[in-house]
Design a protein around this ligand. Structure first.
Ligand SMILES: [Zn+2]
Length: 578
């Protein structure tokens, strides 16, 4: 294995020689950060700072691009056509390690006289980073909100201006930040994506851990690239850089010894979202108890390693992504509802601190602590296999009714390809329609929503009269993974679950029993099948047989008087050629 770029930096374990401004125990405020980058943008034509749109705080979200086209209008064209890395920082503004790491990266690059080729003559990718994504969180500074974190001295807050966790907002898009992110993401179409964080949780010696996408959800080419090429290479690079790369320590039980679990990167998360578009994606989690400068150095080393990998493997990355984009177009089944496969367990060699349970002097209770003087190294169970519990045959098209502006806006901002029905293209088509038969909602909100769960859906074939404004979405397109993830009602992060269609879950009209009971004889006469079902139920169900209202409602629900829109989602599947 050969390192192709910035070898000295990979070998560094501290930040001596760097400006104290970014390598100490402090991180810039949002105004300081942006004015510094504006200065660099002025001084260096290779560094460009773009205002990409609003945040929910009001101030803009910026994008800093290195090695774009010298003509800034062409930078996004270059990013789309060449290998591009996108780095997202401070989505949780209390976790600013990536902010400083990117500033140090710029400093090292300028000092090295801005090389755009590796020692072997390979091109530096287009490197783009969002200096700080959670602008509202950046403006809400303190030194207390990360109770267990070892620096920096002051930092931002996890919630955005609207108090949203932006790292749950990529599908529902409640914050304007998410629309700006979609604009950035699709303008660059990044081949490689990093989202920088600081972890909470158990204590162990690793300074930095990474999360990679769920391998079962990925296109085969991206799975091979991630797990057989990229991660082994990064692990080796980091070892040369004198720090050990380890997967994120998501605990199975109370301590790492009972095993760790691969993280299910649902589409609501930054990395899960990027994976829907086949980017080679990582979430970086530095360890909260390590000093801030050490965490920043590790974040920078990871970044350098991934840049080195990208330089050395750009053709492999491009080929894998193109093949994933083609693969997804030709799938016939969509798999969802991934659950941990507890029967399939790997072993992974882990360096840990002994868990102990000393009696606490204040609470008097025996509670978990980690004894750093007792180190161990041993194999622990690694649950890294998931199975899709559900699947659905992929239709040729989806139709979304035109009144669903919020949904259409989100599909548009993710550059989903669709056509709009016009007055001259209206017609009646056979569609499969989704009827919600049952659902549950929590009693407390989660990220601003009463997210629906335990859904039961029935499909009905109906003739649908299309109206102007309805949209027709072909499934044979590069964005298909995103489309299924949001439109298949039972998918984990579907728009249905995120409450986009709640208005259809309420009945709007009723009947007056004293009037309706005079009509039921006629209704049953006209619908022999209904009559049969009604008589049968009366015989089998004593409660039903003795409850007039229940009987009337049963007939009403199955009669032409009942509103067809009740529980019927404004999304349809079309299985035939259109
Ligand atoms: Zn975080």
């Amino acid at each position: 294995m050969k390192l192709v770029y910035f070898i000295p930096l990979l070998l560094m374990s501290h930040l001596n020689g760097y400006s104290q401004k970014w390598s100490g125990n402090t991180t810039p405020t949002y105004p300081e950060l942006i004015s510094h980058l504006q200065e660099l943008d002025k001084q260096h034509k290779e560094i460009q700072l773009f205002n990409m749109g609003s945040s929910d705080y009001g101030l803009p979200i910026y994008l800093c691009v290195i090695n774009g086209a010298k003509d800034s209008l062409k930078t996004f064209e270059k990013a789309k056509n060449q290998t591009t890395i996108l780095i997202n920082n401070a989505i949780h503004a209390g976790e600013p390690d990536g902010v400083n790491a990117c500033l140090l990266w710029l400093e090292q690059w300028i000092r090295a006289e801005k090389p755009t080729k590796s020692n072997e003559g390979k091109n530096l990718p287009v490197i783009a980073f969002i200096p700080a994504y959670n602008v509202g969180g950046m403006m809400n500074r303190s030194s207390k909100s990360r109770a267990n974190q070892n620096g920096p001295e002051t930092y931002g807050f996890r919630g955005s201006a609207k108090n949203l966790d932006l790292n749950r907002d990529f599908i529902k898009m409640d914050a304007s930040n998410s629309f700006t992110f979609a604009r950035i993401f699709h303008a660059l179409d990044p081949d490689v994506f990093i989202d920088n964080h600081v972890s909470n949780g158990a204590d162990y010696p690793y300074t930095l851990t990474y999360i990679s996408s769920l391998k079962e959800r990925m296109a085969p080419s991206m799975r091979v690239l991630t797990y057989e090429s990229c991660i082994p290479t990064l692990t080796a690079y980091c070892q040369t850089g004198n720090f050990e790369l380890f997967p994120y320590v998501e605990l199975k039980g109370e301590t790492p010894e009972s095993g760790i679990v691969a993280f299910n990167d649902l589409p609501r998360y930054a990395m899960g979202y990027a994976s829907l578009f086949h980017s080679l994606s990582f979430t970086v989690e530095t360890h909260m108890l390590k000093p801030f400068p050490e965490r920043v150095a590790a974040t920078l080393s990871f970044m350098n390693s991934l840049i080195a990998y990208t330089i050395g493997h750009s053709e492999e990355i491009e080929t894998a992504r193109n093949s994933a984009k083609n693969w997804v177009k030709n799938q016939t089944t969509y798999y969802y509802n991934y659950q941990l496969n507890e029967k399939q367990v790997d072993q992974i060699r882990f360096k840990g601190y002994q868990a102990i349970y000393p009696e606490h002097p204040v609470t008097g209770l025996k509670q978990l602590a980690y004894d750093r003087s007792q180190r161990y190294e041993k194999y622990i169970p690694y649950f890294n296999s998931y199975v899709a519990k559900d699947s659905v045959i992929i239709p040729k098209y989806y139709i979304v009714s035109g009144q669903e502006q919020a949904v259409i806006e989100r599909l548009e901002s993710n550059q989903v390809d669709f056509t709009r029905i016009t007055a001259s293209s209206t017609k009646t088509v056979e569609v499969s329609s989704f009827i919600v038969k049952d659902f549950k909602a929590p009693s407390k909100p989660y990220e601003g929503h009463f997210k629906l769960h335990d859904l039961k859906i029935e499909k009905q074939t109906i003739q649908l009269a299309l109206k102007p404004g309805d949209i027709l979405i072909p499934c044979q397109q590069e964005k298909a993974s995103f489309i299924h993830a949001v439109l298949q009602p039972l998918a984990e992060d579907s728009y249905l679950t995120w409450n986009f269609f709640d208005s259809y879950l309420q009945q709007k009209e009723y009947f007056s029993a004293y009037v309706f009971k005079d009509q039921i004889a006629e209704i049953l006469e006209a619908q022999p099948k209904l009559k049969e079902a009604y008589e049968q139920r009366k015989q089998l169900d004593v409660k039903f047989a003795n409850d007039e209202w229940e009987q009337l409602f049963f007939i009403y629900r199955n009669s032409p008087y009942f509103e067809p829109s009740y529980m019927r989602l404004p999304i349809y599947e079309v299985y035939r050629a259109f």
